[in-house]
Design a protein around this ligand. Structure first.
Ligand SMILES: NC(=O)c1ccc[n+]([C@@H]2O[C@H](COP(=O)([O-])OP(=O)(O)OC[C@H]3O[C@@H](n4cnc5c(N)ncnc54)[C@H](OP(=O)(O)O)[C@@H]3O)[C@@H](O)[C@H]2O)c1
Length: 376
């Protein structure tokens, strides 16, 4: 990854006389990871560039934020491409998009005050000026503030709405989830279990499958094993009623064989296909899929959690907080230190190197009383 230091002569000043505060010049800059070029297939470090740039002036209604934690998520791979998706791509030279937990350094809005901890979408950078209306305040006394990016945040919310609104598991049914050791999959399995379903998690490698067993999954299958297809068949003797799709590719092909009549397939993500540049090799399996949808009366529904925020977010917060407090939900965070390590960690995420919710610790967390655990 290339590193560029841009010079600036602008001191950091609150604009338009909104406040009298003036920052020393070190506060005038943010270190940001920008998109340097679009990937051709799998992204590489050269697609990113570390830049030091001036922080914009603070206008009325805005807040200056200091990033503490940056979330790294699979959807960011899609933002690196120019093609149409449900969100607009990051342009070349723009700061990479991403959810963050920040502390307010200065506010020109009545909505937040200096010192507050907030959930933001301020991207891969150390400081940012944002519209305060886009911020959600985080109560550091409720849970560790990093959890706003994982178990109390976007990935767990995707799990919650995808499973309860589309998957709709009933007691005794078999629920299979892919990328099961991640922040989406681990929550899917645990909520399905709370609903009385039999749960089967698919993950890469023995450490991850062992953790799924600790979480209470009824079976945990390693998709990297040469016996994967047989292991899966043995784990679902009565077929699959809900397949929570996070992966696509070979995992989907294997699970597809076992779908029962009236099975539901919430299509949350397709990470195995995110680096694909052209059509898949091999025979066209679309007619087979359409036939199965027709004859087995399958429900296959894509979704993005954003569609459910207005209707379900508050209920999600209440339910998940309660389950956490009652010890019914467990989660795992995987911390990487430093904004300059964000790009490398993101490339690792696409290859399954993360174990739990992948978070970059950009700056010290003043609320944390125990040190972050070392990487597994
Ligand atoms: N629809 C929505 O609103 C929404 C919201 C959040 C996330 N998502 C999607 O949900 C999925 C999971 O997200 P997450 O944040 O929980 O990610 P995650 O599990 O932390 O990370 C992705 C995991 O996918 C697995 N993986 C990568 N390539 C694979 C392949 N070729 N075959 C099988 N598994 C592969 C790896 O785990 P293993 O080592 O276990 O293989 C990797 O750790 C992603 O597809 C993401 O795009 C969708």
């Amino acid at each position: 990854m290339q590193k560029i230091i841009q010079s600036t002569t602008r001191p950091y000043l609150l604009h338009a006389g909104l406040a009298t505060g003036t920052y020393c010049s070190t506060m005038a800059r943010t270190t940001a990871v920008v998109l340097a070029s679009r990937p051709d297939g799998a992204p590489v470090l050269a697609n990113f560039r570390l830049e030091e740039r001036p922080v914009p002036h603070l206008h009325e209604g805005q807040a200056l934020l200091r990033t503490i934690y940056l979330s790294l998520d699979p959807y960011m791979r899609g933002r690196m491409d120019a093609g149409r998706s449900y969100a607009k791509p990051v342009e070349i030279g723009e700061v990479m998009e991403g959810g963050t937990v920040c502390q307010v350094v200065e506010s020109a809005s009545p909505l937040v005050k200096a010192g507050d901890f907030v959930l933001a979408h301020s991207g891969w950078q150390t400081h940012a000026v944002v519209d305060a209306r886009q911020l959600r305040r985080i109560d550091p006394n409720r849970a560790p503030i990093s959890t706003a990016l994982g178990i109390l945040g976007m990935p767990a919310f995707a799990a919650y709405v995808g499973l309860t609104e589309i998957g709709r598991p009933r007691a005794g049914e078999t629920v299979v989830v892919a990328a099961a050791a991640g922040p989406v999959g681990s929550v899917v399995g645990q909520i399905a279990r709370l609903r009385g379903a039999r749960t089967v998690g698919i993950a890469g490698g023995p450490k991850k499958t062992a953790w799924l067993t600790e979480l209470g999954f009824d079976a945990a299958i390693d998709h990297r094993s040469t016996t994967f297809a047989d292991d899966l068949g043995a784990a679902v003797p009565h077929g699959v009623d809900v397949y929570f799709e996070n992966v696509g590719g070979a995992v989907w092909q294997a699970v597809f064989e076992h779908l029962n009549d009236f099975a539901r397939v919430p299509v949350c993500g397709l990470i195995a296909q995110y680096n694909q540049t052209g059509p898949s090799a091999g025979p066209d399996r679309l007619p087979l899929l359409m036939k199965a949808i027709n004859t087995k009366r399958l429900l296959v529904q894509g979704f993005t959690q954003r569609d459910f925020v207005a209707s379900h977010y508050d209920r999600f917060q209440t339910d998940v907080s309660t389950w956490l407090a009652d010890g019914l939900l467990k989660y795992r965070e995987d911390f990487v230190d430093g904004i300059d390590n964000a790009a490398g960690a993101f490339l690792g995420l696409l290859q399954g190197q993360n174990f739990g919710k992948l978070i970059v610790r950009v700056a010290d967390d003043p609320t944390r009383t125990v040190p972050v655990p070392p990487r597994a």
